[in-house]
Design a protein around this ligand. Sequence first.
Ligand code: CS2
Length: 486
Amino acid sequence: MKLRPLSDSTLAQVRAEVARPRYVREACRVGWLHFGPGAFHRAHQAYYADRLLERDPRWAISAVALHSGAVRDALAPQNNLYCLAELAAAAPLRVIGALHEILVAPSERPAVFARLEAPETLLVTLTVTEKGYCLGGDGQLDLAHPEIAHDLRADGAVRSVIGFLTEGLRRRHARGVAPFVVVSCDNLPDNGPTLRAAVTAFAAERDPALARWIELEVSFPRTMVDSITPATDADLIARVAAECGLDDAWPVQRERFTQWVIEDVPAVRLADWAAVGVTLARDVSVYDRAKLRVVNGAHSMLAYLGLLRGHTTVAEAMRDLPLAHCVERLLREEVAPGLRASGSFEVGAYIEATLDRFRNPSVRHQLAQIAWDGSKKLPVRLLPSLAEAMAAGRPFGHLALALAAWMRFVVGRARARGALTDPQAERLLALGRACTDQPEHDVEGFLALTEIFPPHLARAARFRSAVAQAYLELGANGSLPDEERA
Ligand code: CS2
């Protein structure tokens, strides 16, 4: 039976068990602009916005897709309403009403700028993934990046998020409108300062006075965001139809656990964040280091090793005991010593809780999804722990193993003539095809990628031999050194 679509006019028909917006949507105003309305944004920040709207009508979101119109087209017939499923027993679905509009940047640039310039726009957030920042291997804006090079010549007809933010701020400055606060919600270390440096570098190329104004007047607080969000699949669409009684073209799902920590600077104290479960903290680095190194670092290891060993999801990979054992040792023996306890944060408990989250069988999180963009993820998730461990004379064999697993994964894709989702895909696949299974030769080729491996690390003999050794032991199918001990 064909169900009617979810929309403002059918909202009242949603089954009673489903939570609905507890505010009048028409009375809400757009005070929040977001770049990148993918599943993570819709499951995380938009959920917090939805709760803020219950007490304050200023926080409806105007979402900007930088490339694809797919989300806009799916949600337009639904008045941008969609369901959020929490993957836990007895968790009711929730209809999220926080998205006011979805703009697609290339074709709706004037509308995007109208929002960026509007004095009512107080907050701009981003989930554009690591590669969306157009950074080079040194973590600074790459002025030669094709999007950035284009935007520097484009005179306002920008395409990158860095171009949009800078041009939006320029227009506000020119009109005497106070800046918005910019909150990066991507998994980058020191995401706020990193974004600030990128925007300022872009502005400096165009107008040094604008760069100075941005440096002085615009806040880019650090954040830590966390909630595991598996991609939408057919099971979710069917579940939503059954539980809601209406059709939702693109619902989203996430684990029940969700966390958002924002650096407590005056510019973010605009909303009652505490009331909706967002933590404002003086020092976010404790949280963001732990999150990137523990949750994301272990995820990347699970993804590459898990795929080599024939698994599909994180929970399945965690049921493979030798693999789970490797991940635990990576975290407890090699990552934890680089993290410090602080206040209520305790490293051992954090690792335990993370492993529990990974074991949750209701969360069908595809390893292939996590394996994307390895060239951008490894340098921020695994290499910092590894470089510190090596410098301190601590063990780093499991970190090296995770890197070797990534190399084996790339080689496997290249040999199978498979696709690779990565901004460096072509280079990586060419490298993979040239591999001979001779560990020193193959590892050498990968370590020469200076955008990924800083030269001082790539030259270190201990590092090279640890990776080569792990590469040898893994073979093409991911055999583990811990196999017999687990
Ligand atoms: C994952 C993250 O896809 C990935 O690379 O490691 O998306 C992870 O699920 C989130 O950061 C959890 O908050």
